[in-house]
Design a binder for this molecule. Sequence first.
Ligand SMILES: Cc1ncc(COP(=O)(O)O)c(C=O)c1O
Length: 485
Amino acid sequence: MILAELLTLKRSDEAGLAAQLTHQLRALMSGGQIRSGAMLPSSRTLSAELDVARNTVIHAYEQLAAEGYLRLAPRRRPVVADDIEQRFAKPAPAPRRDAPRKPQLSPWALQLSGSDWPLSYQAGFRPLRPGLADAREFPHEIWARCLRRSALRRRFNDQTVINRPSLREALRDYLEISRGVRAEADQILILPTAQAALTLIAATTIVAGDAVWTEDPGYPGAAAAFRAAGADVVGIRLDQWGMMRTRAARTPKLIFTTPSHQHPTGRVMPVARRTELLAAAEPGKTWIVEDDYDGEFHYDSRPMPALQGLDREGRVLYLGTFAKATTADIRIGYLVVPPQLARTMEIAQRHLGLIASVHVQEALAGFMADGHFLAHIRRMRRIYRSRRDSLAAALARHLGPVLAAEVPPGGMQLIARFRDGAADQSAVTRLVAAGVEVRALSSLALERPHDHGLLLGFAAWRENEIGAAVRIMANCLTGKRAARG
Ligand SMILES: Cc1ncc(COP(=O)(O)O)c(C=O)c1O
């Protein structure tokens, strides 16, 4: 076929003849009418066939060569580039979401479809949902100033390190004074969440099949992270002091615990139990992971120092999050590792991409250095304590004969069990439908549910909101309309 027959140039077209020619040749190549390796006519021949100036054709060919469509060589006819078909191959249709894809996923990913961990939270007011800080009380104006300052400072772009020294140092000082954690700044890794700390620990310590002990009932995120690494997660029952003493056939590779406020019961592990736990973890064989997710909030006495500070053998990995102490949206967690692990852990952090925004790290360092963080937690401690008391009082007043509340000395949630020993799930379904988003204690069991009750958050709601929620609960659970107050 003569190329000129495929081309129609309009002399009146504002785009100009060279531009029209370039466009039409490009369309013919990308559309597959002119294929890789084809030789185009010389500029002299094509200009004659089209009755245009030779320069018009030369201009079009040069443009297409610059775009990679043509290969030009002196005194040779232009040749269409070899990779034209690949470049313009039609993309394969997107796989259908319902297409069977199972064999391509890991066993871990396959079981994720059963996860009840929400990816988005229902907007609006969901009182008594546990685990939430009150974002309304966070000093957003001050925080905005810290973010702005941090962003502007980054214009000068000093060295970029993944764990900002300013935040590491601020955290080291804070954790030492308030939690008795003993560490150098370079033992502290700054992560996007506490969950990221668990992922990092699991990836660096677990060999598939290793035994890992976690509290039962306990924090499901921990079991999820260790199972993802192939661990055999064993639930350890609780007594009033937290994780019970256990003798097991297999030495665990790792023990996960929340000693400052056991999640979900809020029980505080006394020093004697902490010492026993440390003694049970033979150095070099068993790591202890201490999750101090809401250790800032203790109401009735001074907080117990962290296990990490009691450890002399470097076997405790201590982690925390700013999600509870500030607001969930801040998305910063941290991990304090024993000195002998610091370098490997930081390299692993880089390899896993568990890196937090430098802007936010610097902003948080400023927020802490200027005293705003301590001021905020002191204020929230007072507020949350009063909300805890308010929830306990409202439950006693409106639901005393039905529910027995276990009032924790700290934390952000409490457990109320049915006095008649009833199971929790159907009550939770009714309460959630009525707008009170409590959680079933049985849902936090590692394997078979053995402990039933309602997990009620008190931190994120004002006292009048707590009162209203408990009246709804009373109506739902007793069928009686509760009086205000
Ligand atoms: C015991 C415990 N650890 C860790 C976390 C997770 O914190 P983050 O949101 O920073 O991953 C939570 C959150 O609810 C928690 O309850």
